[in-house]
Structures are given as C-alpha cells and as structure tokens.
Design a binder for this molecule. Structure first.
Ligand SMILES: NC(=O)c1ccc[n+]([C@@H]2O[C@H](COP(=O)([O-])OP(=O)(O)OC[C@H]3O[C@@H](n4cnc5c(N)ncnc54)[C@H](O)[C@@H]3O)[C@@H](O)[C@H]2O)c1
Length: 272
C-alpha cells in the first residue's frame, strides 16, 4: 500500500469487470485504493461492483459500491450526490465506462449506434456536468487541484482490423471532449486528461469481439500478434497510467492523451 492518492476521494465508473478476471475499471479502483484513495465504485452490474468492493475491503482499503447506469442523467445525478454526501467530496473522477460493439456502416442499426455514443461519450458529458461544479467549489475552498481521467481507445484514432464504427467514433470523441473540458477549467483547479488503451487482454473484449475472429483463442492470438511486444497489455497497464494522471505527480499535465498500447499505434498496420 502506498499513499500516492492519500486523502483523496476517487469516483470510478465501470468499476466492475465484464467477466472473470480484471477489467480496466476494476484494476483502477483497486489500485487507487491501494494508493490511499477512498473509492466510490460505480457500475450498472451490482454483482460486479460488489466484487470490486470486496477485493478493496479485503486489502484494508475503503470503498463504497454504487449501482448506476452512467448513461442516465438521473442516475448520474444520484451517483455524484451520494459520493459527495457520503465521502465529503470528489477529488478524482475516473470515467472508465465503455462498451464495445462490433459492426460497420451497414451492419449496425440506429439503436446500436445511439447506444454506443450514449454509453461511451454522452456518459462523460453527464458525469462531468454533475461533478465539475463540486470540484470547482472545493478548489475555491482549499486550493487543491482535482483530476478527471477519461478512458478513450487507440481504436478512436486508428483502424483496428475489424469494423467497429460506433465504438471507434464514440472513442474518437474522447480526445476533443477531454481537451475542451481541460482548457475551459484549467484556472478552476481541474485537470482533465485521457488514457488511450490499445489492445488489452480484458474480459470486455472477449464476448463482443470473438465472432470477428471465429473464437476466443483466435482472437487472443491475433491481438497478441498485432502488438509490437507480441502480447496484449493488461488491465494493470491501463490502471497504472490512470493512477499517474489521477495523482498530483501529473500536476502540470493537462489536456493530454496518454497512449497505452506497447507502441502498436506507431507501427505499420499489420493485418492478421
Ligand atoms: N479492453 C480493451 O482492449 C480496451 C481497449 C481500449 C479501450 N478500452 C476501454 O477501457 C474501458 C474499460 O474496459 P474494460 O476492458 O475494463 O471493460 P469491462 O467490461 O471489464 O469493464 C467495464 C464495466 O463497465 C460496466 N458498464 C458498462 N456500461 C455501463 C453503464 N452504462 N453504466 C455503468 N457501468 C457500465 C460493465 O458492467 C463493466 O463492469 C472501456 O471504456 C473500454 O472502451 C478497453
């Protein structure tokens, strides 16, 4: 246990994991708690978020589990009020929620398109609108800078080899969203940055993407092969990047997109 986030309250969305094993949000929630944060863990899946809370508490950390769908304005309002009311503040907002959806222009319907945009980017609009007024007010009181960390994806910048139109488009919006919030609130004690994961081995990708590759084994093989290191990254790689951006160590880092992809986006595209 360290104290890189000592004394801070961190709200983590999508703090459960979509399946067995570690998702990015679950790893971030646990890592933030290991570094001294009190974690307000949010997920729409009660069992998943309770699992995260149990891990944190078993390690001696502090966590409240809260069930909310972050694409719902009312649920987001209740979530932020419960965090500020229960923990007395909100220092770190980690917008981790995202859903993967397979399909190109003629494969998906308007419902799938709207759903991806609503969950992947509108959710950030909703959480920031609710959280930022509290953060600004707290900064005016105590002069301590607050941090927002959004999770985008390299898929928002670059073709991944499989058509994921709505996912790529919604994730591509995370960078300009982050930049706009960061620069608007830079004098109000708020930093806003994003992490762009590349190919990560988390439960999140297995179910929605397996049909593009045939089966899960082939999916893992193909994604490992696309990585310059020969292996996908893990949820901990994303969580450690988020920890840096959440902590005061990144005090002068603002409007930044931190790519966590083993160098994949710098190499020539290699179809597999
Ligand atoms: N795994 C990868 O390869 C990869 C790559 C790039 C970016 N990402 C991004 O990382 C983030 C997390 O991915 P992960 O792999 O940990 O996924 P995950 O599925 O393990 O975790 C996401 C959690 O979010 C929850 N969730 C989904 N929709 C929600 C909603 N509307 N409200 C509240 N909770 C909701 C799920 O129940 C799940 O517990 C996502 O934003 C994803 O786009 C992942």
């Amino acid at each position: 246990m360290g104290q890189r986030l000592g004394g801070k309250v961190a709200l983590v969305t999508g703090a459960g994991s979509a399946g067995a094993g570690w998702g990015n949000g679950m790893a971030a929630a646990v890592l933030f708690a290991r570094e001294g944060a009190r974690v307000f863990a949010v997920d729409r899946d009660e069992r998943a978020v309770e699992r995260t809370r149990a891990v944190i508490e078993a390690e001696g950390g502090a966590c409240t589990a809260f069930v909310a769908d972050v694409s719902s304005p009312a649920a987001v309002a209740a979530m932020v009020e419960a965090c500020v009311g229960g923990f007395g503040g909100l220092d770190i907002l980690h917008n981790n929620v995202g859903v993967a959806s397979l399909g190109g222009l003629l494969d998906i319907d308007e419902h799938a398109w709207d759903r991806a945009l609503r969950i992947n980017i509108t959710s950030m609009f909703l959480t920031c609108r609710r959280a930022i007024p509290h953060m600004v007010e707290a900064y005016r009181r105590d002069g301590r800078i607050r941090s927002i960390v959004n999770v985008g994806a390299v898929a928002g910048r670059r073709w991944t080899g499989v058509p994921m139109l709505a996912y790529a488009t919604s994730k591509g919006a995370v960078e300009p969203f982050t930049r706009s919030v960061a620069l608007q609130y830079a004098r109000d004690g708020i930093r806003c940055n994003c992490v762009l994961p590349g190919l990560m081995n988390t439960p999140f990708v297995m179910e929605p993407l397996k049909q593009a590759y045939g089966d899960v084994d082939r999916l893992i093989e193909a994604r490992d092969e696309q990585s310059p290191t020969g292996e996908m990254g893990t949820a901990w790689d994303v969580a450690h990047a988020a920890l840096y951006l959440a902590s005061d160590e990144s005090n002068f880092v603002n409007a930044h997109a931190l790519v966590v992809d083993g160098g994949q986006s710098q190499q020539t595209w290699r179809p597999v």
